[in-house]
Design a protein around this ligand. Structure first.
Ligand SMILES: *[C@@H]1O[C@H](CO)[C@@H](O)[C@H](O)[C@H]1NC(C)=O
Length: 108
């Protein structure tokens, strides 16, 4: 009985850890400087706010404390890079800006 309850609780804890959003910094070039906007990308649904994604130079995952496997879609619906970006592994798209259609992040 106890063991079963414990199993349920740890399954719930694991599920909640895996559904935490990835914290992503969207960096935009202003020409002579850069501006950062921090967003959250859920592992269960893509992020596609054009106000934030219309001008992007780089993408960084800064949280939570484990890596996500994130990809940026270009307007043609393809990934900008076959390599994921994640914790400590930013995606540099351009020294200027490109349009990102959407960002998708998975836990594994
Ligand atoms: C934007 O955030 C990234 C990742 O944290 C950092 O490396 C970069 O220096 C920041 N840029 C600015 C302008 O704050």
């Amino acid at each position: 009985m106890r063991a079963a309850a414990f199993t349920l609780i740890s399954a719930a804890a694991l599920a909640s850890a895996q559904s935490k959003p990835a914290v992503i910094v969207v960096e935009k070039s202003l020409g002579n400087a850069y501006q950062n906007t921090t967003i959250e990308v859920s592992p269960t649904s893509d992020y596609s706010n054009p106000e934030v994604l219309n001008q992007v130079s780089s993408l960084y995952q800064i949280g939570p404390e484990f890596t996500y496997f994130c990809f940026a879609y270009n307007p043609a619906g393809e990934f900008y890079s076959d390599e994921y970006f994640g914790l400590g592994k930013p995606l540099h798209l351009s020294t200027n800006n490109v349009v990102v259609q959407a960002i998708t992040c998975r836990v594994e």
